[in-house]
Design a protein. Sequence first.
Length: 383
Amino acid sequence: MTTIETKLPKVGTTIFTQMSALAVEYDAINLSQGFPDFDGADYLKQRVCHHIQTGANQYAPMSGVPVLTQAIAQKSFNLYQKQIDPVNEITVTSGATEAIFAAVHAVVKAGDEVIVFDPAYDCYEPAIDLAGGYCIHIPLTDPDFSLDWDLLSQAINDKTRLIIINSPHNPTGSIITRDDLERLWQLIKNRDILLISDEVYEHILFDQQPHASVLTHQSLYERSFVISSFGKTYHVTGWKVGYCVAPKALTSEFRKVHQYITFSTSTPMQFGIADMLHAHPEHAQQLPDFYQQKRDVFASYIEKTHFKLLPCAGTYFQLVDYSGISELSDFDFCVWLIKEAGVAAIPVSVFYQNPPPNQKIIRFCFAKGEDTLAEAGRRLASL
Ligand code: PMP
Ligand code: GLN
């Protein structure tokens, strides 16, 4: 008889899988797991089909097909005025999740400390644990979910190897500013600390706010893995294509891991996305308006309910406070909401090491068509 001692004792099935499964079971409107209920552009889909039909079906180069890495470099220059060498600084990955895992494993050794900010996206800590690192959780401030500089500077020590930031932030929708980047730089500049900047929602910011990419801060960039995902940008989360931009030395270590996690990413998808980047650079520029309209429509429905809206500066997630409706814990409330109202959401406490005891907040995904949002609004108003 063999015994299996789990390497991830804190991990079960992710909250996204749990809530989506319950949504299916109870035929609820699924505003839990973050994915659009509308499709990517016809042009993008046609180009991927074209590349499948015309033989782009074998392994892609390990670091990505050159037309795509060049298009990413061009996009980054257009958006952030940042010159990136596509050969040595860009690696295409199988989603941002793979990029985060590879970046953590490229640099974190046993005993290293890695700082994350709670509520933290769920894939950071398991990657750190598997690398033998210690995940140090720092809560974002209450109530506006910004960085707590005092707690951060107290947490930094000689064992700190890596800090993971995420802006626009999932699940809270808060954003980091250019001043924050400078402040972060001042905190780490005299230490041997690296950065992962999870920027998968880089194109989804509202109210004319610019995205403060780490690509715009040269000193920080020299220590950073900057990660994005085409799943979010092109409404194709199921395609799992992302990328990591990092200086040459970091990219070299990153690729040592990437090549043994997956070696390379789906070839026809990469060619199709490269075509989309070339043909429709305006797509990303239109995303803020596209999603701001959805945010505002959804907010107008929530205003007619007993939920309280929290600010949302970016991403396609809306936090709401349900303390006016129920005393249940957020997890139990989400299960109740699926069964009683037919709407699925995500409890926010699962993204904390120590959830604030009286916090009654859940997350809705508003990347949905008008009819879905209207029906969800109608159901929530009945509570
Ligand atoms: N980081 C954040 C903050 C996310 O929300 C997500 C996915 N929703 C990812 C990373 C992973 O992206 P991908 O689906 O490309 O793996
Ligand atoms: N990132 C998506 C979300 O936050 C979920 C992705 C997943 O299911 N792992 O909802």
